[in-house]
Design a protein around this ligand. Structure first.
Ligand code: ZN
Ligand code: ZN
Length: 417
C-alpha cells in the first residue's frame, strides 16, 4: 500500500480512521508474527545442523543480527526461541500462525522452566509481555542454599584485619595448595641459607616463613610476571621457540605447534619469539617485526573494530599480518589489519580467508563466498503469509491472586547413595 492516509479518507471522522488503521495494523501484525515464526524456524535449522560454523559469525545471535540487521537484543530473542523451538512446540505454533508475537514467545524461551510449554501455551495467547514476565517470575526457583557452596572469593573485615574466604573445587584447590607449597619451600630455602651464612646471633633471625608469607610471595610473583609480560598493555604473553630452518615452532617448555597454531601465535608478534637454528638460540625477536606503540595506535585509529564484516568486536584485538612475516610480509600499516582473537584464530585455521591489502581487503568464508557487512534484507518476491489478523494480547487485568504458577517437576532421583 503506497498511500499514506487511510482508505477511509482524510474526511472521515477520527474514530473511523483509527478503526481502519487498526484493522490494517492487526493484519500486518499477524503477518509479521508469522514471518518471525518462519525466521525462528530458519535459525533453528541453521543451529541444529551446525550450518553457521563456516559463516565466520561468532555465535547464532551474532549471525542473526548480522544477516537481518536487527539489534543485538532482538537477535538474542530470535536465537533464544530458535534454541528451544522443540521444547515449546505449542508456543512457537502460535507464533507461526500469527497469533502471538516474537517478544511474547521470547520471554518464555528466555526464562521459563523445562516442560512448561503446555502451561504457557494458553497464557501466551492473551497475556502481554510484562504479564508473561510476572508469571514466569512466580515459578518456584531451586533454593540457592540447596546447591551447596559455589566457588568464590569473599572478603569481610573488622577494625584490624580483613578476612578472606576462598572456596574452590578440589582440583583447583590442589593447584592452589601446590603453588603455595612451592613458594613456601623457596622461602624456607632462602631463610635457611641466610641463617647458615650469618654470624650466629640467633635472636636477629627473622621468624620462619609462614603460609601467609608464601601466599604474598605467590601474589607478588604473579604481579611481577604480569607487568613484565604487558609492557604496552598488550595481550599475548606466550613464549614461542622457532626453528628457522625447519619452520617448526614449540611453546616454551611445551608441545610442538601445528603450522596454523604457530602462525596464529607469532602473527601479531606481541609474543616473545626465540629464533633457533639446529637447537641453538640465535636471537630473540626482530625489531622490524614488532608492532610498536605508534603503529598500533595508527592501526587502531584506522580499523577501530575487528575488520571481519558483521563482527564489530573492539576488545583485545590482534594485529594480523595479511602476508605473514614468516613469508616476508612487512610489518607496516598496509599489511596489517585488526581482528578479534576469535576471527584471528578462525583465519589461521583456514575457516575464513583474509587477502589483499588493508585498503582493499577481501574476506571470504570457507566456501570462498565474500563476507559483507550488509543484511540480507530485500523486497519480497512471495506474498505475505496467509494468516488471520492479530489484534495483539487482550491485556486483560491479570488476577494474580488466582494464578497458579508453573511447578517444575523435581529431576528424577537415582537412589544410588
Ligand atoms: Zn594472523
Ligand atoms: Zn571478529
Amino acid at each position: 500500500m503506497s498511500s499514506t492516509t487511510t482508505s477511509a479518507g482524510a474526511d472521515a471522522g477520527p474514530a473511523r480512521r483509527l478503526e481502519v488503521l487498526f484493522e490494517e495494523l492487526s493484519e500486518l501484525t499477524g503477518q509479521r508474527n508469522a514471518i518471525d515464526g518462519r525466521i525462528v524456524e530458519i535459525v533453528a535449522e541453521v543451529e541444529r545442523d551446525d550450518l553457521w560454523g563456516s559463516t565466520g559469525a561468532r555465535s547464532i545471535p551474532a549471525l542473526v543480527a548480522w544477516k537481518t540487521g536487527v539489534s543485538p537484543a532482538n537477535a538474542e530473542t530470535i536465537a533464544a526461541v530458535a534454541h528451544r523451538i522443540e521444547e515449546f512446540p505449542h508456543c512457537t505454533q502460535g507464533l507461526r500462525e500469527g497469533r502471538v508475537s516474537l517478544d511474547q514467545v521470547g520471554v518464555i524461551a528466555q526464562r521459563a522452566a523445562d516442560g512448561s510449554d503446555e502451561h504457557y501455551a494458553q497464557l501466551v495467547e492473551v497475556a502481554t509481555v510484562s504479564q508473561l514476565r510476572t508469571a514466569i517470575k512466580l515459578e518456584p526457583r531451586p533454593d540457592p542454599d540447596r546447591r551447596g557452596p559455589q566457588p568464590s572469593i569473599t572478603k569481610t573485615g573488622d577494625a584490624e584485619f580483613d578476612f578472606w574466604r576462598i572456596t574452590l573445587p578440589h582440583a583447583e584447590s590442589a593447584v592452589f595448595a601446590a603453588a603455595l607449597q612451592s613458594h613456601r619451600d623457596a622461602l624456607i630455602a632462602e631463610w635457611t641459607h641466610d641463617r647458615d651464612n650469618s654470624d650466629g646471633t640467633a635472636d636477629q633471625h627473622p621468624p620462619m616463613p609462614t603460609q601467609v608469607d608464601a601466599f604474598l610471595r605467590l601474589v607478588q610473583a604473579g604481579w611481577d610476571g604480569e607487568v613484565q609480560r604487558r609492557p604496552h598493555g598488550q595481550h599475548t604473553t606466550v613464549v614461542v621457540h622457532l626453528d628457522i630452518n625447519q619452520q617448526i615452532g614449540a611453546l616454551h617448555l611445551g608441545p610442538l605447534l601445528a603450522d596454523a597454531e604457530r602462525q596464529y601465535l607469532t602473527c601479531d608478534a606481541t609474543c616473545e619469539v626465540w629464533f633457533e637454528r639446529d637447537g641453538q638460540v640465535i636471537g630473540a625477536g626482530r625489531s622490524t617485526r614488532t608492532i610498536n606503540r605508534r603503529l598500533r595506535r595508527a592501526l587502531e585509529h584506522r580499523d577501530r573494530t575487528c575488520t571481519v564484516p558483521g563482527c564489530g568486536a573492539t576488545r583485545g584485538l590482534h594485529a594480523h599480518h595479511i602476508q605473514h612475516w614468516e613469508d616476508g610480509g612487512p610489518t607496516e600499516l598496509a599489511n596489517l589489519v585488526l581482528v578479534c582473537p576469535y576471527h584471528h584464530r578462525l583465519h589461521h585455521r583456514g575457516i575464513i580467508t583474509i587477502t589483499g591489502n588493508a585498503a582493499n581487503l577481501t574476506i571470504t568464508d570457507r566456501a570462498g563466498r565474500p563476507l559483507s557487512a550488509a543484511s540480507l534484507a530485500r523486497l519480497p518476491k512471495k506474498p505475505p503469509p496467509a494468516v488471520k489478523p492479530c489484534p495483539g494480547p487482550t491485556g486483560e487485568r491479570a488476577q494474580w491472586w488466582w494464578y497458579q504458577p508453573f511447578q517444575p517437576q523435581p529431576p528424577p532421583t537415582t537412589n544410588q547413595n
